[in-house]
Design a protein around this ligand. Structure first.
Ligand SMILES: Cc1cc2nc3c(=O)[nH]c(=O)nc-3n(C[C@H](O)[C@H](O)[C@H](O)COP(=O)(O)OP(=O)(O)OC[C@H]3O[C@@H](n4cnc5c(N)ncnc54)[C@H](O)[C@@H]3O)c2cc1C
Length: 464
């Protein structure tokens, strides 16, 4: 089908945030106030931090400051793959923290279990479906990687099933599939905006004071308290947690570790049963393909298909702009790839197209730290896999702020930082060379050029 025709009526806004039921924003901060804990950022990172701070000690006075509205950024516009992995996937974890991996995998599974329990406990209607994720191979060279991943997963006791060509096509029928690895229990599909709105509601019910449209401008040390300045008032807090994602950080040192990478998504109209039956997909798992430039896709509760990924775009200079959320070149490419994958869906139309910005760091898994004598903690760098992992990061921030030594804070993953990106203009050069090399590797049976091999040897990378 002509991708332009399929895209012709697609709204230029994130589907999830365009649904009915978005909460009225809480009032902005208009006076000076105090708090035991001030959380900056109303994405998953900040919301989980505020909520779990209250769960740990309900008597604490917790304030959350959000510059726009809760969940408007990455947290409300992502693919909704809520993964157990806190290492940005098994192979990244294996490459970086092999000794810790059994612990990291267990902590990740516990984290996903606890997300499921919280969704249940607070009655969050976010269509949580623990259907797993199927990584499909669409080129012969990708099959070896899947088999290797299956072996490693089996050693770690993870429930993964290798499917050959016929088996995968019996699950979901695409003529492009050659095999797959289905992680059956370690990924859930969620409606991310409804998860963010539900967490906001849970925070309010627990007594967190939320101020939206309240950007934090700066932090200063006022002796016994840290003071966060906002346009119309300040918060003087004993402790501060930063869940500000990729946005210009209040702590300058974080700038060296994060780059904004844009990722793009399409959403189809709901598929009637007869159309969906053409591809099967009865087990409703999330799907990702296995090239370096990969697509991710899944069903929604009303049987639309969300189709995203592939292009990971870094704009030279590292700017974040609302205009970058739209990229027609990428939308057309994604639409073409969609019909290549599912030619049976000829005639299906897209209702939404959007983009969002990802907090990419050079090790792909988040990093953590403290400042101001451990009165401030931060977690960032989730690199496209933060729907579940932000809750783990929130727990790390609370451990660090509480001065507690825990299994989490003892992890090497938590104690170390990623390699910083070089300053501009070298930063843009390095990233664009890496993007070019990745596309080339995909076109040449996964063969990595000298540049990528050098980065691999140094434990550095670029991903979405
Ligand atoms: C298109 C797309 C698809 C993705 N798909 C997936 C997926 O399927 N699975 C997955 O695991 N991950 C996915 N991700 C990544 C995931 O969405 C993020 O890792 C996660 O949402 C990060 O949450 P966060 O709270 O750290 O950041 P954000 O959601 O970006 O929230 C940060 C918040 O902080 C606020 N803020 C920043 N600075 C200030 C300030 N100074 N004062 C006040 N407020 C401030 C911002 O306004 C924002 O609301 C995707 C991301 C994108 C963009």
């Amino acid at each position: 089908m002509d991708p332009l025709k399929a895209l012709a009526d697609a709204e230029r806004t994130p589907y999830w945030l365009d649904q009915p039921g978005a909460p009225e924003p809480s009032p902005r901060l208009t006076n000076d106030t105090t708090a035991d804990l001030a959380v900056v950022g109303g994405g998953f990172s900040g919301l989980w931090t505020a909520l779990m701070a209250k769960e740990r000690d309900p008597s604490q006075d917790v304030v959350l400051l959000e510059g726009k509205s809760v969940g408007w950024a990455a947290s409300g516009r992502n693919g909704g793959f809520c993964a157990a992995s806190i290492t940005h996937g098994l192979s990244n974890g294996m490459a970086r923290w092999p000794d810790e991996l059994p612990t990291l995998e267990r902590l990740g599974r516990e984290n996903l279990d606890e997300i499921e329990a919280s969704v249940e406990r607070y009655g969050i209607r976010c269509s949580f479906e623990r259907t797993g994720e199927m990584n499909v191979a669409t080129e012969e060279w990708q099959l070896d990687g899947l088999r290797e991943a299956e072996r490693a997963a089996r050693e770690l006791g993870s429930d993964q099933l290798y499917l050959d060509r016929d088996q995968v096509r019996a699950e979901v029928d695409s003529p492009t599939y050659l095999g797959a690895l289905w992680q059956r229990d370690s990924v859930a599909m969620v409606d991310p905006a409804r998860l963010a709105w539900g967490l906001r509601d849970a925070c309010l019910r627990m007594g967190v004071r939320i101020y939206e449209n309240t950007p934090a401008r700066s932090i200063s040390d006022e002796g016994d308290r840290l003071e966060i300045a906002t346009p119309h008032g300040a918060v003087r807090a004993r402790r501060v947690a930063l869940g500000t994602g990729v946005f210009p950080p209040l702590l300058r040192r974080l700038r060296h570790f994060l780059v904004p990478v844009y990722d793009y998504v399409l959403m189809t109209e709901p598929l009637p049963d007869d159309k969906l039956a053409r591809i099967g997909w009865r087990n409703r798992q999330g799907i990702g393909d296995s090239a370096n430039q990969f697509h991710y896709y899944r069903l929604t509760d009303d049987n639309r298909i969300l189709w995203g990924g592939y292009d990971a775009v870094y704009h030279n200079g590292g700017l974040i702009k609302a205009g970058y959320d739209q990229r027609d070149e990428t939308f057309e490419k994604l639409a073409r790839h969609f019909f290549d994958t599912f030619p049976q869906l000829e005639g299906v139309r897209f209702t939404h197209r959007w983009g969002g910005v990802i907090d990419t760091c050079s090790r792909f898994a988040a990093f953590y730290g403290t400042a101001y004598g451990s009165r401030l903690a931060y977690a960032a760098g989730y690199t496209g896999l933060g729907v579940g992992a932000t809750r783990f990061g929130a727990n790390v921030m609370l451990d660090l702020l509480g001065g507690e030594e825990t299994e989490r804070t003892r992890l090497r993953m938590v104690r170390t930082k990623p390699v910083p990106f070089p300053p501009e203009p070298a930063r843009s050069g390095v990233i664009q060379l890496t993007r070019w090399s990745i596309a080339r590797a995909d076109a040449h049976e996964g063969r990595r050029n000298l540049w990528l091999r050098t980065l691999d040897a140094l434990g550095l990378g670029f991903d979405s």
